[in-house]
Design a protein around this ligand. Sequence first.
Ligand code: ZN
Length: 190
Amino acid sequence: MTVQTIRMIGDPVLRQVAQPVDPAEIATAEVQSLIDDLVETMRAANGAGLAAPQIGVSRRIVVMEVTDNPRYPYKPRIPLTVAVNPELLPLDGETVEINEGCLSVPLRGDVVRHVNLRVRYLDRHGVPHDEVVRGLTAGTWQHECDHLDGVLIVDRVADTRSLATWDEFSRHQRDAFVTRITEFVERAGS
Ligand code: ZN
């Protein structure tokens, strides 16, 4: 397991459409070690998720994990999840505006996400999963899967005036966002 360098906006690999993984390939040392590197790199960076293109590998694999993270005190926990070839299907038209950051982008901004989502994927053992995720957890899935299509938060920000560095966000917008999103999480239960 190796902590890899996280690619930053401007690196062409972040703009490619990532290639699917052949299910027969999941058990190979190459794919397993890629998954280990993704998990290690995400944890080292204190991220909630990481997609393979962010460490320079254009394959359809994402990892997510939210524990008690001081960086995201409002985020419901997500157990360590490895998703190979994930597919997202919105369940309805309900949306929420979430202020998101990204390890590959030095700015945060407000992004509109689906609240209720069906997710289908293979785990690191090749076992198929078909689940429903909601709220901020659904937002995290959409953020990570966007990376597999070469999409970054700056493409999704409707009002570019919401863009802020982490420092300025903490200084000027964080309290209001945490209050609003905590109410949303309590209402949505996720
Ligand atoms: Zn990201």
